[in-house]
Design a protein around this ligand. Structure first.
Ligand SMILES: NC(=O)c1ccc[n+]([C@@H]2O[C@H](COP(=O)([O-])OP(=O)(O)OC[C@H]3O[C@@H](n4cnc5c(N)ncnc54)[C@H](OP(=O)(O)O)[C@@H]3O)[C@@H](O)[C@H]2O)c1
Length: 240
């Protein structure tokens, strides 16, 4: 079997960058996916300088045409894809100037909901749809949907409706696709990385990127006995 590939979206910075480097260190060829060419190339150069095997794909996951074109190219270019980390995400409510968590529900526009779903939910959906047939052929695959405790219905309170509902919908896809791959050595899980110091998490977040990526790497490298169709933080099951 030729070299096994891990695809990581939103790989130019934050958790996606950390996950890309960690998987490359484990011997995977990592395809780093992002929309910003120069930032992605700089990030991949940093990892390459450490002697690791990465390449880049420039894709704006919010652009339906680009996303579908990329998804269709995977079978030809990276048929041995064994890991998909749907990491790219947006928290568009943070752009609202009156950042009152409790009331921003009423300030969120329809466009904000649509744009959040495009990145947080529909991009993972398209990628899973394209990649799962390849994983079935290889009878191997690990899919990690990077979700958030903010998408947990159980914990849901007021505020952040675009982010919360797009991550709750991502969790629903985790469940549906995990049933789709039943009987194969393919695992599909949602992971919450905790509150991490990235551009999204902000400087007051409690976790480092190294801490945040642990649960993602765990889910990306589960053995055959590992769980599928669950929602985890630090390798422990959490409420949907
Ligand atoms: N940080 C936290 O506390 C926390 C907590 C729970 C869950 N999460 C989740 O963890 C994941 C990673 O977040 P992070 O904290 O690392 O945030 P981040 O540093 O803001 O990174 C987000 C990544 O998503 C990419 N992205 C956004 N829109 C895109 C698009 N249209 N096309 C392609 N890439 C796009 C960004 O690329 P650009 O640089 O081009 O924008 C960036 O690489 C997200 O799914 C987030 O929801 C984070």
């Amino acid at each position: 079997m030729s070299e096994s590939t891990a695809i990581v979206t939103g790989a130019n910075k934050g958790l996606g960058f950390g996950v890309s480097e960690a998987l490359a260190r484990q011997g995977y060829k990592v395809l780093m996916v992002g929309r910003n060419k120069s930032s992605l190339e700089d990030a991949s150069e940093l990892i390459k300088q450490r002697g690791l095997n990465v390449e880049v794909a420039i894709v704006d996951l919010g652009d339906a045409q680009e996303l579908i074109h990329f998804s269709k190219s995977i079978e030809k270019k990276w048929p041995q894809v064994s890991i998909l980390v749907n990491n790219a995400g947006v928290l568009l409510e943070s752009e609202i100037s009156e950042m009152d968590n409790e009331t921003n529900t009423l300030l969120v526009s329809r466009t904000m909901i649509e744009d959040s779903f495009a990145i947080n939910t529909l991009a993972p959906f398209e990628l899973m749809k394209s990649i799962i047939p390849l994983m079935k052929k290889n009878n191997y695959g690990r899919i990690v949907n990077v979700s958030s405790g903010m998408g947990s219905l159980n914990e849901m309170t007021s505020g952040w409706p675009a982010y919360r509902s797009s991550k709750a919908a991502l969790n629903a896809l985790t469940k549906v696709f995990s049933h789709e791959v039943h009987g194969f050595n393919i695992k599909v899980n949602s992971i919450c990385p905790g509150w991490v110091r990235t551009d999204m998490g902000g400087e007051n977040a409690t976790r480092t990127i190294e801490e945040g990526i642990q649960g993602i790497i765990w889910a990306a490298t589960l053995d055959e006995e590992g769980p599928s169709g669950g929602f985890y933080r630090d390798g422990k099951s959490i409420n949907w």
